[in-house]
Design a protein around this ligand. Structure first.
Ligand code: HEM
Length: 237
């Protein structure tokens, strides 16, 4: 209960309309917010952006996971888990080996900042080949990601971090930081459907809910004449 209250406090403290989980076991956590003083590109914006939650990551989190190298490894593990998740995995399986490695390494870099590893900064960081890690808007611009995709990504990140011994309380600033990227990552705020779901029978596992946006049936309408002449006068005109 105490933890729930702490989560709710974070939700209230941190701005408008972004996803966050009060209980991380929820598959589709409730909608809330979390800019936590970060720019949408995922780097700390030192106090700007409504970061009044006071929940700044401390290097203790990074240490708890095992240091920067261990945190970077979390990035790798998260991406591997996401790949196996039929709700979102297709975004990852279509990447070239190069792009995949870049993604994993840059996400690892970002996590080192989110977990307060000493000196870590996402903006300006590079992958192992020296290729610059991009801002969140640019990296996700062509992906039409949805609210539901974001929740899976966040939940998976939380799940992996929990296996490293982090508690809900530890995770609050990390969740806030991930939520701070929402506006740059999510293009369609539809809480129900995924953008590239490959789950069997197009159902969200364990539910009877459609996973992809149901196809729009292009029904001309019962009373629309099947072959109205092209030059038929339009209504009102
Ligand atoms: C939840 C918040 C998210 C964060 C913090 C995040 C973080 C990142 C980072 C750091 C990168 C590397 C940037 C670069 O390419 O230089 C990246 C790229 C990428 N992300 Fe996300 N991401 C998020 C949501 C998602 C979601 C929901 C998906 C879909 C499953 C996704 C899939 C990808 C893919 C496929 C790339 C590689 C893009 C490319 O190389 O063109 N991300 N993300």
């Amino acid at each position: 209960m105490k933890k729930r209250l702490a989560w709710m406090a974070l939700v209230l403290a941190s701005g408008a309309g972004i996803v966050m989980a009060c209980d991380f076991s929820d598959e589709n956590p409730g909608t809330s917010s979390g800019n936590s003083g970060r720019s949408p590109d995922g780097s700390v914006s030192s106090g700007s952006g409504g970061g009044s939650s006071g929940l700044q990551p401390s290097s203790a989190l990074c240490e708890k996971v095992g240091g920067a190298a261990a945190v970077k490894d979390v990035g790798l593990q998260v991406v591997s888990k996401l790949e196996l998740d039929c709700r979102v995995g297709a975004h990852i399986t279509l990447l070239s080996a190069n792009s995949r490695a870049h993604f994993e390494q840059c996400f690892g870099n970002q996590l080192t900042e989110f977990l307060g590893c000493p000196g870590a900064k996402y903006a300006g960081s590079v992958d192992a080949k020296g290729q610059a890690c991009r801002g969140m808007g640019q990296a996700h611009q062509n992906m039409t990601l949805r609210d539901a995709d974001f929740k899976v990504y966040l939940q998976t990140t939380v799940d992996v971090l929990k296996t490293k011994g982090l508690t809900d309380e530890d995770l609050a600033p990390v969740v806030g930081a991930v939520n701070g990227t929402y506006g740059a990552v999510v293009k369609v705020q539809n809480p129900e459907y995924h953008s590239k779901c490959t789950c069997p029978n197009d159902k969200i596992p364990g539910t009877d809910k459609a996973c992809n946006v149901p196809a729009v049936v292009n029904d001309a309408g019962v009373d629309a004449p099947a072959d109205a002449p092209a030059d038929a006068p339009s209504e009102g005109g």
